[in-house]
Design a protein around this ligand. Structure first.
Ligand code: FCB
Length: 422
């Protein structure tokens, strides 16, 4: 399908569990209580309080001069028990979406951003192919209820990060360490993208903004630049190429109409042809943060370049890499949205330059032909950064209120850079 050229989307991105506060019905609410699972023993708790203070969030987006907002629906709020749907929660999301439209903010809505209803995990979660129908039903409901307010949908966020963190590294619930299971989970999430996208197309028939499209669907893919730790070492080079192939290319290929073909040495491959995937995506969402060195030696699987500046989480600060990521993603021949890009920087020492350089990289990628339709900075506010707890501060607004109303100086820089380009 050809996607019309609406105004470029300039936004910020968040996810439900990371900002809303007060969610108790999902796997993270249980996981964060297990000692040692989240840095500093942190819990999401009230997070940014966005469940009640969503108008503050939307007003901040307006104050930044943006025209788009990526956020997610918390499945466990909408369906707290299997087959029981909570009208109050459904109503709240409707209010938020209407609030976006009232302010001329285009919503980009994610259906699955890492968290799962407790009951879903108890049924085997994403390991069970039979469970995909449950996700499809939830997608169908979202399409029915919000189709008149939403045209832009993200079915799943970072299937590859979820799969490897939750089933290989064991840092996300359910904390499994088994690479073969991780591949199956990723394959199922990819298939879920196909099914959910189809469900949205069947249920969301309303073109909210009059551009001729009721649904533009995609998934958000975490794109990592991998390089060998020692570039003279053949083994390290093989590692970098292998990781790029499975983590980046294989997933992006499946999301953009190709077959599912996931393969890592020493693990049974997962190969599947899913009819629904052939036409599932109108765009590819690109989450870009950093470049990692990989190799056979060393105690850590991924490390920053020695001597390179790093953010508060130890990730190399390499905003120029966005240009490379977009060039690589453009090969999949779909419009692109930068669905996340940001930096953990509590002191706000690096963020302004990071934003300027990232947006210059974006300009260059577009000038070189990458069909990018939007950029969403991660994140509007500091929030619950999964296993890193509150140690990763990605916000244009600080959680605990540094500066006037919590706005960091870099927020003004982002607003200025956007204003220059709008
Ligand atoms: C991405 C996640 C997002 C946030 C950022 C920092 O991988 O999608 O929720 O944690 O990283």
């Amino acid at each position: 399908m050809t996607w019309p050229l609406p105004p470029f989307l300039w936004g910020v991105a968040t996810s439900a569990y990371q900002i809303e506060g007060g969610s108790a019905g999902n796997d993270w609410a249980d996981w964060e209580r297990v000692p040692g699972m989240v840095r500093g023993g942190a819990c999401a708790g009230e997070a940014c309080g966005s469940w009640d203070r969503w108008e503050r969030d939307l007003d901040r987006i307006i104050a930044l001069g943006l025209n788009a907002y990526r956020f997610s629906l918390e499945w466990s709020r909408i369906e707290p028990e299997e087959g029981r749907f909570d009208e109050a929660a459904l109503g709240r999301y409707r209010e938020i979406l209407a609030g976006c439209r009232d302010r001329s903010i285009t919503p980009l809505v994610t259906l699955h951003h890492f968290t799962n209803p407790r009951w879903f995990l108890a049924r085997g979660g994403w390991e069970e192919r039979g469970n995909l129908a449950l996700f499809e039903r939830y997608a169908r409901l979202a399409g029915e209820r919000y189709g008149d307010l939403v045209d832009l949908w993200i079915t799943v966020n970072e299937p590859e990060v979820y799969g490897f963190y939750a089933y290989d590294a064991g840092t996300f619930p359910p904390g499994v360490r088994d690479r073969a299971r991780a591949l199956r989970v990723i394959a199922n999430l990819l298939e879920a993208h196909g099914l959910a996208s189809q469900a949205l197309r069947e249920t969301d028939r309303a073109d909210s903004d009059g551009d001729g499209h009721a649904v533009l669907a995609g998934a958000a893919k975490h794109w990592v630049l991998f390089e060998p730790r020692n570039r003279w070492s053949p083994a390290d080079r093989v590692m970098a190429v292998a990781q790029h192939r499975v983590f980046n290319v294989a997933v992006a290929r499946a999301l953009t109409g190709g077959p599912i073909d996931l393969w890592i040495p020493g693990v049974p491959p997962v190969r599947r042809r899913v009819e629904a995937l052939a036409t599932a995506s109108d765009f590819l969402g690109v989450n870009y943060y950093t470049r990692w060195q990989v190799g056979l030696g060393g105690s850590e699987a991924m490390t920053a370049r020695p001597g390179a500046p790093v953010n508060d989480l130890g990730w190399e600060i390499y905003p120029e890499g966005l240009r490379i990521a977009l060039r690589e993603c453009a090969r999949f021949r779909l419009p692109l949205l930068v669905t996340e890009n940001g930096i953990a920087d509590a002191s706000d020492r690096w963020r302004s330059d990071f934003i300027r350089t990232s947006l210059t990289a974006l300009d260059h990628a577009r000038a070189a032909g990458a069909d990018v339709r939007g950029y969403f900075h991660w994140s509007l506010m500091d929030n619950f950064e999964w296993h890193e707890g509150y140690a990763g501060r990605f916000g244009l607004y600080a959680l605990d209120g540094a500066g006037p109303r919590g706005e960091r100086p870099s927020a003004r820089v982002y607003a200025g850079e956007v204003a220059r380009r709008r």
